[in-house]
Write a protein that binds this ligand. Sequence first.
Ligand code: ZN
Length: 215
Amino acid sequence: MKPLESLADLLLGACCPGCTAPGLGICQACLDAVNPAPRVILDGPPPVVACVGYHGPMPGIITAHKDRGATWLTSQLGQWLAHGLGPAIAAAPGHVDVVPVPSSNRAVRRRGVDHAADMTRSALQWLAVREATMARLLHRTRQVADQLEVRDDQRGDNQRGSMRADPGRGDVIVVDDVRTSGATADEACRALTRSGWRVLSIVVLADAATATRWP
Ligand SMILES: [Zn+2]
C-alpha cells in the first residue's frame, strides 16, 4: 500500500463508515446490522443473488469503499460477498470464471483501483475454492455515469453498449456491488453472451432494486 493511501485509510477509519460514530473501522452495531443472508432476488435466467440489503449502514460502507478509497473495507465486503458467491460457485457444473463488472472508466482513473474486482478477489480468498478463478473478461467501451446517480428511466441508456467481453467459452458468474435497476448486469450479460460465455448467475453484494428487507 502506498503511504498516502494508508494515511487516507487511517483518517477515513477514524469514524464508522456505516453510521459516522467515532472509532476505528466499522462499529459493532453496524456489523450486527448487516447480517448477510444471500437470497435470489430475480429468478432469471440468469438468477440474481444478493447478499445484503442496501439499507442501514450499507450505503455508507459501500460509498466509502467505492468513492472515498477506503480500501481497508475490501476484506469485510469480500467476506459478505462470499456468502452469496460460495453457493453460486457450488451450483456450477464445473470450473467457473468469476467476472467482476468493471468500474466506470472515470472512477477507476480517479481512484486507481477497481472496487468490484478487489471485492471479488477478497471473496475468493475467503472461500478458498479451486473450482473458481477471477477473470477480468469485461471492459468498458465508453465512460458511463454511476448508476446510483442516474435517474431510474435513464439507467438502461447509460449502460447500453458500454461493455465488451474477451471472447471465449465456458461458464461465468458475474459480480457487482449494488443492483439498482439491473441495467449494469444486463449489459454485462449481453457482452459476455455475445462473446461466447454462458452466464450461470449474477451475484451482487447489495440489493437496492427490490423492497426486500433483510433481517
Ligand atoms: Zn457504525
